[in-house]
Design a protein around this ligand. Structure first.
Ligand SMILES: [Cu+2]
Length: 170
């Protein structure tokens, strides 16, 4: 895994005022994500090898990536639904246990746009190695665009998701 070398602001104990909050929930064997302030909820599954497109790394590519804006403080709330998992993103110096019934917090601030990969780093069962973490860091404009679509596509309210499907099928 290529780890880009760039400076990250990282201190586990103090979480600065965050611009975006995301919640990561470990399941056997995938990650679920919520953007609690945006009413967004989705699941993130690894893409199987036979379904990868060109240049997509095996074991690390997911169907729905976490998308965050560059140069912003991202707070991550981390928990698990079933057994212990761990949300780890080495490029950002982030690694926190995902514990059922508890919420751990961390944060990061990515200073370069790009796609960053991590993996569950707690042995959580036979498919432990197949629940990657993929974060796409984008510009403010791209984030606003993604957010507008995600608010329908991944809406907590099923009625909005249905509207999205209708629009998308036109
Ligand atoms: Cu896991």
């Amino acid at each position: 895994m290529a780890v880009p070398s760039f400076k990250i602001l990282y201190k586990q104990d103090t979480i600065p005022k965050s611009d975006v909050t995301i919640k990561a929930i470990g399941y056997q064997w995938y990650w679920g994500y919520e953007y609690p302030d945006e009413n967004i909820i989705f699941e993130s599954y690894m893409i199987k090898e036979e379904d990868l497109k060109e240049n997509q790394p095996r074991l690390l590519t997911v169907d729905n990536e976490v998308v965050v804006p560059v140069n912003k403080v991202i707070k991550v709330l981390i928990t698990a639904n079933d057994v212990l998992h761990a949300w780890a993103l080495p490029s950002f110096g982030v690694k926190r246990d995902a514990v059922p019934g508890r919420i751990n917090e961390t944060w990061f601030k990515a200073e370069k746009v790009g796609t960053y990969y991590g993996q569950c780093s707690e042995l959580c069962g036979i498919q432990h190695a197949f629940m990657p973490i993929t974060v796409r860091v984008v510009t403010d404009e791209e984030y606003a665009q993604w957010l507008a679509e995600a608010k329908m596509k991944f809406a907590k309210e099923p009625i909005l998701q249905n509207e999205y499907k209708k629009l998308a099928s036109k």
